[in-house]
Design a protein around this ligand. Structure first.
Ligand SMILES: Nc1nc2c(ncn2[C@@H]2O[C@H](COP(=O)(O)OP(=O)(O)OP(=O)(O)O)[C@@H](O)[C@H]2O)c(=O)[nH]1
Length: 423
């Protein structure tokens, strides 16, 4: 494109103003007449070359490069003026596109823009602040063309966070593919996004916030809360990093299901788990075993060694149980006080008995001195119950039967394993 007349106009603007004595004051005052005149200059340039909406980088960038080349690098004031003009151009161009959209003129946006721009200088001033916000807001923002899914404009934070510039940022369809390689998950995420867009239509264009995966240029996956505004033929999309929030939520829910003393799963987690496992047994032809473990004469241990030693002992036993029950599908929890539970999916009576014997040996190996115990060392009693899908009534009856077996084991003199007779 031939920019000769543009270059001359901008150059003479710069040369005129560089002679002014109060130029630095003018440059630093956002309401100065200099900035307003610059806006009118842009108007003129646009009249020579109509604005090309959705083109990045805008041809004006090329124009500014040409002007810079034709200016003497020693003239500080001229350079400063040129830099300001470039910044104002970014704001002004934003105003142009925003105005065209606000006027909702799809047929002839360029014409409409020119009318709007010359007739609403105050609104332009306001919008120039939005332009600044777009550039400096500390969260990634982009404009997306509704029709093509092309990303039309990105701010600096977008480039910093995702690694893509306006030149290499993928089309929205490719974003989805990269972020969700699994087709089912991708469809679910897209369905959520489409539902948000439908909601936006009845909500003045506001796209409600939801979490989505994003794949950065370096392949890193991040989770972003994505919201935005539907402005006619474009979305303005805003990203908020949700990774920290989700991590914190995971830690909190982990804490909610963790026994703080023994650092294994707590009773609440067990209550959930047993319901899940029980319904699985009902559906599939498999067995489920439960071992309830109770430390023998623990009251006397506490009485003799103190509560703190008792706590340490509970921790040691819990950790030993977790080490001993090692299949990934097995589950260990503190049931309450000095009682623990082990849930063994797809395990019959014999298998559960084998695990219980391993536990007995492991506790023996801890060799915690317990003067009031029969062996002189800490020991446990265990009750076992097993169900298959023919027999299962409900999980509470299942637990009760294991507890009855434990009671029986205690009555046998402790350090003992008892099996529930079953139905
Ligand atoms: N140190 C400590 N003790 C606990 C904790 N929770 C429960 N206990 C103690 O565990 C003891 C359980 O006592 P009992 O229910 O009488 O049972 P036991 O003395 O082990 O006797 P048997 O079970 O019949 O062998 C009580 O003294 C409780 O105070 C805990 O978190 N820390």
């Amino acid at each position: 494109m031939n920019y000769a007349s543009h270059v001359n106009k901008v150059k003479s603007f710069i040369l005129d103003y560089s002679k002014k004595t109060d130029i630095s004051e003018l440059l630093n005052n956002p309401l100065s007449e200099l900035k307003e005149t610059a806006y009118y200059l842009f108007d003129e340039l646009i009249t020579i070359t109509p604005p090309i909406f959705f083109q990045e980088p805008h041809p004006i960038v090329e124009l500014f490069k040409l002007i810079e080349q034709s200016l003497s690098p020693n003239l500080k004031v001229e350079k400063a003026l040129l830099e300001h003009l470039e910044t104002w151009w970014v704001e002004w161009h934003f105003v142009a596109t925003m105005n065209a959209k606000l006027l909702n003129e799809h047929n002839d946006p360029q014409q409409k823009y020119l009318i709007a721009h010359t007739h609403h200088p105050m609104r332009n001033h306001e919008l120039s602040h939005y332009a600044k916000l777009f550039t400096v807001l500390p969260m990634p923002i982009c404009n997306v063309c509704v029709e093509t899914g092309d990303i039309l404009k990105v701010n600096q934070r977008y480039i910093d966070v995702f690694g893509f510039t306006i030149n290499d940022t993928p089309n929205v369809d490719i974003w989805w593919e990269k972020a969700y390689p699994d087709i089912d998950k991708r469809n679910a995420a897209r369905a959520l996004w489409n539902a948000s867009l439908a909601q936006a239509e009845s909500n003045k264009g506001d796209i409600p916030a939801n979490d989505y995966q994003i794949t950065c240029k370096n392949g890193e996956q991040v989770i972003m809360q994505v919201s935005g505004i539907n402005i006619g033929n474009e979305f303005l999309v805003v990203f908020n990093d949700a990774t920290e929030r989700i991590k914190a939520h995971e830690i909190l829910s982990e804490m909610a299901f963790l026994d703080s003393l023994t650092k294994i799963a707590n009773r609440r987690r067990f209550d959930e788990k047993i319901v899940d496992e029980f319904s699985r047994v009902k559906l599939a032809n498999c067995q489920l075993s439960l071992i309830i473990i109770d430390i023998d004469n623990f009251k006397k241990f506490n009485d003799r060694h103190g509560h703190i030693a008792g706590d340490k002992c509970l921790y040691a036993v819990a950790q030993k149980l977790a080490d001993t029950v090692s299949r990934p599908e097995d589950f260990v929890a503190r049931y309450g006080g000095e009682e623990f539970v082990v849930l063994l999916p797809q395990t019959d009576k014999q298998g559960a008995l084998f695990v219980a014997e391993q536990i007995q040996k492991a506790i023996e190996m801890l060799a915690i001195v317990h003067e009031d115990s029969f062996t002189g060392y800490l020991s446990v009693s265990m009750g076992i119950n097993t169900v298959n899908h023919h027999q299962c009534d409900d999980h509470l009856t299942f637990i009760q039967a294991a507890d009855d077996a434990l009671y029986y084991a205690k009555n046998q003199g402790r350090n003992c394993i008892a099996l529930s007779p079953g139905k």
